[in-house]
Design a protein around this ligand. Structure first.
Ligand SMILES: N[C@@H](CCC[C@H](N)C(=O)O)C(=O)O
Length: 255
């Protein structure tokens, strides 16, 4: 099979397209394995939509590296949009169906086959809890396509992974710490399904940004810096959160 490997600010994915819609959680585990597979945080499979009447361009299946299926993946949505456009499966402005709902994405005109800037509009954020207390820290829980916990911290250099693991289990959510850096935000994320910190998490950056915005700590248009050190541009309007950043096609190969 021919697959492409993408990096969206360090969050990496194996991507392919097929006519066949079926369960692929074993394949995800195999392909994402860092030593014995291609190596990635997740697997994305583009499949055709159910009928011509559907208003989106295609559907996707998303799996974490441990084989679990997730409702959505923000960085994956940008990598997927670039893949779809580069492989002539969709126009540069497209929409596709995820378990969380329809995602709109746009691949910028300056992009080429190797990558470029891609914007994704996430499903409307839902705040679930605003006052979870754990080890003397305040956590927010919200859904930006998948569930996230967010803590606004005063030291982004220290991310307690053991604590993140506990919280992830207890709340079945990804876990983020966010630091207000001037007008912008630094974010680190422990990802469910990867079961470790990743270099970037799109829905995690969006969740952190939304909480910081709601708490009056940042404006409605800011830069967000994930662990990889890259810059993403996040914005919120009355409908949704948009985020934009570079994606790179690392390689395409037969595996
Ligand atoms: N990396 C993703 C999120 C992927 C899903 C997540 N690990 C989960 O299981 O909830 C992103 O960029 O949003």
């Amino acid at each position: 099979m021919i697959v492409s490997k993408y990096s969206a600010n360090g969050n990496d994915f194996v991507i392919f397209h097929t006519f066949v819609k079926k369960d692929r959680h074993f394949l995800a585990k195999k392909l994402c394995h860092r030593q014995e597979g291609v190596g990635a945080d997740g697997l994305i499979v583009l499949v055709p939509k159910d009928s011509k009447e559907c208003e989106y361009d295609f559907e996707w299946q998303f799996y974490n590296s441990d084989g679990s299926e997730a409702e959505m993946c923000g960085n994956g949505s940008r990598a997927c949009a670039h893949y779809a456009f580069a492989n002539e499966l969709a126009p540069s402005k497209m929409s596709f169906l995820t378990v969380a709902g329809v995602i709109n994405a746009e691949v910028e005109a300056s992009s080429d086959a190797k990558g470029g800037m891609v914007l994704s509009e996430l499903t409307p954020p839902q705040i679930l809890e605003t006052n979870i207390e754990h080890n003397g820290k305040r956590w927010f829980k919200l859904n930006t396509g998948v569930p996230h916990l967010v803590h606004i911290c005063d030291n982004i250099e220290f991310f307690d992974i053991a604590e993140a693991r506990e919280l992830r289990q207890k709340h079945n959510a990804n876990v983020n710490i966010a630091f207000v850096d001037g007008k912008n935000l630094r974010v680190r994320t422990y990802e469910r399904g990867v079961e470790d910190e990743t270099l970037a998490c799109g829905t995690g950056m969006a969740a952190s940004f939304y909480i910081a915005y709601k708490e009056g700590l940042v404006s409605n248009n800011i830069e967000v810096y994930p662990k990889s050190g890259d810059t993403l541009y996040l914005g919120v309007n009355e409908r949704s959160i948009t985020f934009k950043g570079e994606v790179k096609r690392v390689f395409t190969a037969e595996v």
